[in-house]
Design a protein around this ligand. Structure first.
Ligand code: SF4
Length: 389
């Protein structure tokens, strides 16, 4: 079922490009993270409105009998809340039909590994001036980190589709036609829209275990390599399997691979990320990436316990820039933080203090730290204005 078309039916007569309220135009609809409407505001900012079944019990700014509406984005909260309220008033009597249609489409097919077809793969993201596409051959991740911020929103999408509740890390949707769809999308991209393509853990890790057998991420990379003008490619992963594809990545005009390294202590890693690659394997992966001529990038998110200087030394040995971010909610990792050895790390103050300490240690070693969605070492003609610190 085309969720985006259903969303547009839900909010009709508002269509792409129309104003929902003065200064707030509907820019796009998407379904990677569940049904979502993105509004462009007059000042250039954007706000996302997520539409979820009320049964998912998510925090929200407005609701109807069967749906909740929540907002995300840098816009003032009053704007997001107002858009949610306006939408709720518009869709009030159509919400039951929307929920029923999603459920009917999904309930017939509910194995833990589902093969699905998509009609689009590239999702436009990022603010004006720093646009990129997310690209997700899979939805759902078999690595299953319990703090993963994707799980709650994807669970809401599964609930909307009438699929049974399954623990995070135990299910995945395989987008079987991903490479063909991507090739078609690339062929139709106008030159001004060749933004970087980011395979990122917003809904899955591109190199979780099933990729070794199915090769969907590799097939997508091959599609990019075969395009007339391949855009820059950025992959983020917690798995060593990415080294399998360094041949393809090295042949692209520009490719970067970000390896997640939230701690240098492998005991801590095993506690929080038991199904992800050990620290030694991740460091070896970073070394292999650099040796292949691909840009190595490290991501530290969330902050986890372990010696700061040793982590900074390891990062400085392998990368020129690091993306840092703190814990964004515990997800289902509450029991892991209950362990007295790690309890302090759940605290926002501890996360911020660790971020500051690591930032200083990296600065001492000449390593650039960046925030936001894209690294600072994109090719100059493509690099947008980035927030760095
Ligand atoms: S590897 Fe990434 S996408 Fe997968 S569960 Fe962990 S944080 Fe989430």
């Amino acid at each position: 079922m085309d969720v985006r078309a259903r969303l547009l039916e839900l909010i009709a007569p508002i269509a792409i490009g129309d104003e929902l309220a003065p200064g707030a135009r509907l820019a796009r609809v998407s379904d990677d993270l569940g049904p979502r409407l993105t509004f462009a505001l007059a000042d250039g900012a954007e706000v996302d409105v997520e539409v979820s079944p009320a049964t998912a019990g998510l925090r929200h700014a407005a609701r109807t009998a069967h749906l909740t509406l929540a907002y995300r984005g840098r816009a003032a909260s009053a704007v997001g809340a107002a858009l949610c309220a306006i939408l709720a008033a518009r869709i009030g009597d159509r919400d039951a039909g929307f929920v029923a249609a999603l459920a009917a489409a999904g309930a017939a097919d509910a194995p833990r590994v589902r093969e699905v077809s998509v009609d689009h793969l590239l999702e436009l993201a990022g603010p004006p001036g720093a646009r990129f596409y997310t690209c997700s051959p899979y939805v759902g991740c078999l690595i299953g980190c319990r703090f993963c911020y994707a799980q709650e929103r994807l669970a809401a999408g599964r609930a909307a589709a009438g699929l049974p509740l399954a623990p995070w890390g135990s299910w995945v949707d395989v987008r079987a036609n991903a490479a063909a769809v991507l090739a078609d999308e690339l062929a139709r991209l106008p030159p001004h829209a060749r933004h970087p393509i980011k395979f990122c853990p917003i809904v899955s890790d591109p190199y979780h275990a099933i990729e070794a057998r199915l090769g969907l991420t590799r097939a997508c990379l091959a599609a990019i390599a075969a395009a007339a003008a391949p855009p820059p490619v950025l992959l983020l992963t917690r798995a060593a399997l990415v080294t399998r594809d360094l041949d393809l990545l090295a042949a692209l005009p520009w490719a970067g691979v970000g390896v997640s390294l939230p701690t240098i202590d492998d005991e801590v890693r095993a506690h929080f990320e038991p199904r992800a690659a050990p620290i030694a394997a991740r460091l070896a992966t970073l070394a292999a990436i650099r040796a292949a001529g691909v840009a190595p990038i490290a991501v530290v998110q969330p902050m986890l316990p372990g010696p700061v200087d040793a982590l900074a030394d390891a990062l400085a040995a392998h990368v020129d820039s690091v993306s840092l971010d703190v814990l964004r909610g515990e997800g289902s990792a509450g029991p892991l933080f209950d362990d007295p050895r790690f309890a302090a790390a759940r605290d926002e103050g501890w996360q911020q203090a660790r971020l500051a300490a690591l930032t200083a240690a990296l600065a001492d070693r000449g390593v650039a730290v960046w925030t936001g969605e894209l690294p600072p070492n994109l090719p100059p003609t493509l690099a947008p204005t980035l927030a760095t610190h």
